[in-house]
Ligand binder design. Structure first.
Ligand code: C2E
Ligand code: MG
Ligand code: MG
Ligand code: MG
Length: 286
């Protein structure tokens, strides 16, 4: 303790490092309470079928409304949740909430949208994962094929044997599996083939320079060609301009997601978008 360390050390203790540690601990205490205090909520970002322009999916993105600090980004608190193991109950809440929302949207119209949920490495390694997924599906009545689980290369490459077993179990349930932030991690082509997931999400860092950046353009084209060769779908993340969308369409990219197509939005906004989409589609189906 600072008291026993003398004057100079006491000064050291009140350094910015101490402040950082204290705010980290405070944040952790807060995160423990966030779930029970209903401070977490989900936004949903539309995923567009590039050829038709229709919303065919949404990605659930968690937010934390902190009582003092305001809204905290998942890039800040998900790593903390991982460190502390809180990601397991938080992830379970995200899954259940997202599945319930997807079920209610599926009941709205003829072409139900898929719900993508991010899984972190700790969740993927949790022994109860398949049970948690099954329970979320059963409790909400959501068709397994309408739930997409997004995994990163880092999560998948960590322990190849365990990964294959878990992937098999999830495929057995019938959920749709995809690799998030593709191209930023480390995965061998050999494993990519064996993982046998349904879709790759091209990381937004490759999309952001398009259409000018010819190297990112080459990478994007190569990922699309490879994915299609392996019978996978491709989603472009971080599409911010019309020029990017036109280029991606030209390259044959299947789905797109980004601020140009829709920001992460509260559920009511997505409900309105879907209602419009179904209203426009209905004359043809009558
Ligand atoms: P991600 O899964 O790759 O999600 C995409 C991120 O890109 C989101 O950030 C989204 O808001 C942002 N984004 C979407 N369109 C654009 C765009 O056009 N331009 C730019 N610059 N960014 C765009 P967000 O919501 O801050 O989430 C950050 C990350 O936190 C996610 O990256 C994901 O890895 C993690 N995350 C979010 N929600 C959850 C969750 O429920 N569980 C877990 N385990 N991780 C989550
Ligand atoms: Mg994601
Ligand atoms: Mg991610
Ligand atoms: Mg991503």
């Amino acid at each position: 303790h600072a008291k026993n360390c003398g004057k100079n050390n006491a000064k050291l203790y009140s350094s910015s490092l101490t402040m950082q540690i204290m705010s980290h601990v405070k944040l952790e205490v807060g995160l423990r309470r966030a779930l029970q205090n209903h401070e977490l909520y989900l936004l949903y970002q539309p995923q567009i079928d590039v050829p038709s322009g229709q919303i065919v999916g949404v990605e659930a993105l968690v937010r934390w409304r902190h009582p003092e600090r305001g809204i905290i980004s998942p890039t800040e608190f998900i790593p903390l949740a991982e460190e502390t193991g809180l990601i397991v109950p938080i992830g379970e809440w995200v899954l259940r909430t997202a599945c319930a929302q997807a079920r209610s949207w599926a009941d709205m119209g003829p072409q139900p949208v898929r719900m993508a949920v991010n899984l972190s490495a700790k969740q993927f390694k949790d022994d109860n994962l398949t049970q948690v997924v099954l329970t979320a599906l059963q409790e909400t009545g959501l068709a397994p094929g309408l739930l997409e689980l997004e995994l990163t290369e880092g999560t998948l490459m960590d322990d190849a044997r365990a990964t294959m077993i878990t992937l098999d179990q999830l495929r057995g349930i019938g959920v749709y599996l995809s690799i998030d932030d593709f191209g930023t991690g480390y995965s061998s082509m050999n494993y990519l083939k064996r993982f046998d997931v349904r879709a790759l999400k091209i990381d937004k860092s490759f999309i952001s320079g398009l259409p000018q950046d010819s190297e990112n353009a080459a990478i994007t084209r190569a990922i699309i060609a490879m994915a299609h060769g392996l019978k996978m779908a491709v989603v472009a993340e971080g599409v911010e301009t019309d020029e990017q969308l036109v280029m991606l369409e030209h390259y044959g990219c299947d789905l797109a997601q980004g601020y140009y197509l829709g920001h992460p939005s509260p559920p009511e906004s997505i409900t309105l978008m879907l209602r419009n989409q179904y209203a426009l589609a209905s004359p043809a189906t009558l």
